[in-house]
Design a protein around this ligand. Sequence first.
Ligand code: XMP
Ligand code: MG
Length: 179
Amino acid sequence: MLNDIQEILYDAEQIQLKVKEMAQQLSEDFDGRNPLVICVLKGAFIFMADLVKNINIPLETDFMAISSYGQSTKSSGVVKIVKDLDSPVEGRDVVIVEDIIDSGLTLSYLIDVLERRNAKSVTVATLFDKPGRRTVELEADYTGFSLPDAFVVGYGLDYAERYRNLPFIGILKPDVYAP
Ligand code: XMP
Ligand code: MG
């Protein structure tokens, strides 16, 4: 598995530090608001767990699955809800927890859905960002790390469902997906 990684961008320790910082900021900013924290499956599941463990105010969690790249490394542009939320969002302060923002298509679709459901506020926390690849203008409210334009895996991010369990984020060797 490690043989498939070209370069480690941020190791486990650097990620944990950053996640704690983000959690601290969210704790301060959402104090007294009982936010609904939404994990965008599957990529954000590890970030979500580490993040909420370090948020020290009352909150609720929910999970949503969005169609993604499947076995490819490029966005199809088609976004679909595969698993919807269990909780109503009307009148709630929602925090979307994303693994990575790439083109921005997934997130802009999601923000739109939550706004149409009359969320009181929609806030985005993403661990990783590839700002150079946007096709829609969009910025997260909380961003962990900006990444270069390369396909990355680890810490929840996959290629064909593999590598999610790596504790770091790294660039996948291109010959793994383009042999
Ligand atoms: P968009 O383009 O809609 O994409 O902003 C967001 C979703 O695409 C996935 N994604 C990646 N997954 N390595 C991955 O494993 C990457 O480098 C990568 N770039 C985008 C991810 O699921 C994200 O939620
Ligand atoms: Mg994926």
